[in-house]
Design a protein around this ligand. Structure first.
Ligand SMILES: NC(=O)c1ccc[n+]([C@@H]2O[C@H](COP(=O)([O-])OP(=O)(O)OC[C@H]3O[C@@H](n4cnc5c(N)ncnc54)[C@H](O)[C@@H]3O)[C@@H](O)[C@H]2O)c1
Length: 258
């Protein structure tokens, strides 16, 4: 399959770890020109050392001024934009709704959905100038199922799907495709933190909660960051040229969230 990603100019938010890191490296391996941001300066420095061909800058996607700075730096490095990967997202708080703080609610929505809005707003004129392109917004299985004790996260990830579908309709005439990726539980340190918090909140052991997480998918396994990166590359490639406005699950056939 010809992906046609060579020399494409790609911006990945929150690229220093997890799915963002795997995605940035996968684009670079296909010959794309890649720039990432992250809020964590230490992991960004490690990433830069490991991936000298990929541009980096520190930016919090929920901060309007930081996003302006990010696009200025990315513009200098990439000289335009073909693909935006709106990957940044946090797990947010775990607990019954009446125990959650307004501050935690707002922080979750600020990063997970407002951050995507701020980046898309800056990216669209650049994608138009390039004659078309692709935006990928990271949602979650929590963007198609209810997720008890994770209401801010789930609300933010359903919002990502509405944002994606609306933007795809708005931008189709400009040949800009917009899709959401909905990962299931991705094996790695983040999911271990998530399982630990859920186990503590409902009063069961880590092992018991981990088993529940795995068996909620019919394939009875977690997915990997590379699975997500592969799907993103396909959708952004020439091979995915007629895919737009879709919430695309990569979740080992998750049936529900506990
Ligand atoms: N890991 C999973 O199981 C899973 C499942 C479904 C959806 N997702 C979604 O996939 C995306 C990536 O998740 P991940 O598992 O790779 O996360 P991760 O926690 O492994 O890595 C996230 C990176 O985001 C950075 N970051 C956090 N807040 C930021 C901000 N405000 N601005 C810029 N960077 C920021 C962190 O420093 C970190 O480097 C998120 O949107 C997440 O909600 C993850």
């Amino acid at each position: 399959m010809q992906l046609g990603l060579k020399n494409k100019r790609v911006l990945v938010t929150a690229g220093a770890a997890g799915i963002g890191r795997a995605t940035a490296r996968a684009f670079a391996a296909e010959g794309a020109k890649v720039f990432i941001c992250d809020v964590d300066t230490a992991s960004l420095a490690d990433f830069a050392k490991e991936n000298p061909g990929i541009g980096t800058t520190v930016a919090d996607v929920s901060d309007e001024k930081a996003v302006d700075h990010l696009f200025a730096e990315a513009g200098k490095f990439l000289g335009g934009l073909d693909i935006l990967i709106n990957n940044a997202g946090i797990a947010g708080p775990t607990g019954p709704v009446e125990t959650l703080s307004l501050e935690d609610w707002r922080r979750t929505l600020d990063i997970n959905i407002t951050g995507q809005f701020l980046c898309a707003r800056k990216a669209v004129p650049l994608l138009r100038k390039a004659g078309g392109g692709s935006i990928i917004n990271l949602s979650s299985a929590a963007g198609r199922f209810g997720f008890p004790r994770r209401t801010p996260y789930s609300a933010s990830k359903w919002a990502v799907v509405g944002f994606t579908k609306s933007l795809a309709m708005e931008l189709g005439p400009d040949k800009i495709r917009v899709n959401a990726i909905l990962p299931g539980a991705v094996d790695g340190p983040r999911i271990r933190r998530v399982i630990e918090a859920k186990a503590k909140s409902v009063g069961v052991s880590f092992a018991e909660m981990e088993k529940k997480y795995v068996t909620q998918a019919s394939l009875a396994r977690m997915v990997s960051a590379d699975d997500i990166a592969n799907q993103i590359l396909f959708v952004c490639s020439d091979a995915g040229q007629n895919v737009s406005g879709q919430p695309l699950a990569v979740d080992a056939d998750t049936q529900y969230l506990i």
